[in-house]
Design a protein around this ligand. Structure first.
Ligand code: SF4
Ligand code: SF4
Length: 325
C-alpha cells in the first residue's frame, strides 16, 4: 500500500482513491442534501459485472482504496458481491451509509469492509427530523453495535455540522465513546438554494469546531487530527489534493475528478470503458484540472482536510495515527 501511494502520488501521479456510487438512489430525505430529489432508476445503473470491470480496471491503474457512497449504497442488492470482488482485487474498502437498512444486510456486507462510515447528523429525534426518516437514529445505533462485532472493521460516525445540530456535538461524542467507535465532524457544504440557512458562517465554525477540539483534548474518540480540526475552526484556506489523488465513478459508469455538493460533476472525463486512462492521467488537461481543483474550497470533508496542502506531512500523520491508535 505504501509503495502504491508513493508511486501514484509522486512518481507517476495517478488517483489512488476510487469513490464509487453503485447507486444514485436514496431512501432518506435529508434537509442538507438534494440527491434524494433527483430522478434515478435502478435500470440505469451499472450491472454487477460492469461494476466488477470498473474495479478491476482502476485497480490495474493504481487505485488502492475504494469508497462506496451514493445515494445510499445499501439499496444495491449486489453490494456483498461488489465488496467481495473489491477485496479479492486488493482494495481497502470503505462505505458511507445512512445505516437505514444495514441491520438487514450486515452478514453479506460487513465481512468485506475495512471501514464503515455511518452518517449521524443529530442526536435522537433531531437526527430523524434532519434526515426525514422516523426511527433512523435507533437504526444507526443498531448498525454501530452490529459492526463492532466484526473486529477488523474500523467504525466511524460521520457527523455533518450546521446551524441545527451544534448542540448535538457533545451527545454524539458521548455516543461514540459509549459504543466504542470513532467520530468525525465536518461542516455541511452549501447546496445553493437548498440549505443556505444551515451552513455555518465563520463564527459558527469557530464555535462548533472549537467545541470539537475541546472534546478531542478531553479524550473523546474523535478521529480527525487536532490540526485538521483547527483548520476548519479557523476557516484556514487549504489546498485540496483530491484532483490529484481521487477519482469518482457514478452509477452509470461516468468518471470525473470531483463533484459539487449538489452532485454536479467537475471535470467529467467520460465512461469508464471509453477513455485511455493512463494517457489521461499523464495529460496536460488532467494536470490543469488538478490545479483548478486545488483551490476549489467547496467542501471540508474530513478526508479532504486531512489530505490537504502538502501530502507528505498528511501521509506521515496518517501513518502515525494508524500505529498509535
Ligand atoms: S445525505 Fe446521504 S442519506 Fe441524505 S439524502 Fe443525501 S445521499 Fe441520501
Ligand atoms: S474542495 Fe472541491 S475539489 Fe476538493 S474534495 Fe471538496 S468539492 Fe472536491
Amino acid at each position: 500500500m505504501g509503495q502504491a501511494l508513493i508511486r501514484s502520488t509522486w512518481v507517476s501521479p495517478r488517483p489512488y482513491l476510487l469513490y464509487m456510487k453503485p447507486t444514485d438512489r436514496c431512501d432518506a430525505r435529508c434537509r442538507t442534501c438534494t440527491r434524494w430529489q433527483r430522478p434515478s432508476r435502478a435500470e440505469d445503473e451499472l450491472t454487477t459485472a460492469q461494476v466488477h470491470d470498473v474495479l478491476a480496471r482502476f485497480r490495474d491503474l493504481g487505485s488502492t482504496v475504494l469508497v462506496l457512497w451514493g445515494g445510499e449504497p445499501t439499496l444495491r442488492p449486489d453490494l456483498g458481491p461488489i465488496l467481495r470482488r473489491a477485496k479479492e482485487l486488493g482494495y481497502r474498502t470503505s462505505m458511507c451509509t445512512n445505516a437505514g437498512s444495514l441491520h438487514r444486510k450486515h452478514a453479506e456486507v460487513l465481512p468485506h469492509l475495512d471501514t464503515l462510515l455511518c452518517s449521524l447528523d443529530g442526536f435522537g429525534a433531531n437526527h430523524d427530523r434532519l434526515r426525514g426518516v422516523d426511527g433512523l437514529f435507533d437504526r444507526v445505533v443498531l448498525a454501530l453495535r452490529t459492526a463492532r462485532k466484526y473486529e477488523r472493521i474500523r467504525v466511524k460516525i460521520w457527523a455533518s455540522l450546521h446551524t441545527q445540530n451544534v448542540d448535538d456535538i457533545e451527545p454524539i461524542a458521548r455516543l461514540a465513546r459509549d459504543e466504542g467507535v470513532w467520530v468525525e465532524y465536518f461542516p455541511v457544504a452549501r447546496v445553493p438554494g437548498y440549505n443556505d440557512a444551515m451552513v455555518l458562517d465563520a463564527d459558527g465554525l469557530r464555535d462548533a469546531f472549537g467545541r470539537v477540539l475541546v472534546l478531542k483534548k478531553a479524550g473523546y474518540p474523535i478521529w480527525s487530527s487536532a490540526s485538521s480540526v483547527v483548520k476548519v475552526r479557523d476557516s484556514t484556506p487549504m489546498r485540496c489534493n483530491f484532483g490529484r489523488i481521487a477519482l469518482q465513478v457514478d452509477h452509470r459508469g461516468h468518471v470525473y475528478s470531483c463533484e459539487d455538493p449538489d452532485g454536479t460533476p467537475m471535470h467529467l472525463w467520460g465512461r469508464y470503458d471509453q477513455v485511455d486512462w493512463a494517457a489521461l492521467f499523464a495529460s496536460r488537461a488532467f494536470a490543469r484540472a488538478r490545479e483548478e481543483l486545488a483551490t476549489c474550497g467547496k467542501c471540508r470533508l474530513p478526508c479532504v482536510v486531512e489530505l490537504s496542502d502538502g501530502l507528505f506531512p498528511a501521509y506521515a500523520a496518517m501513518f502515525w495515527q494508524s500505529v498509535t491508535r
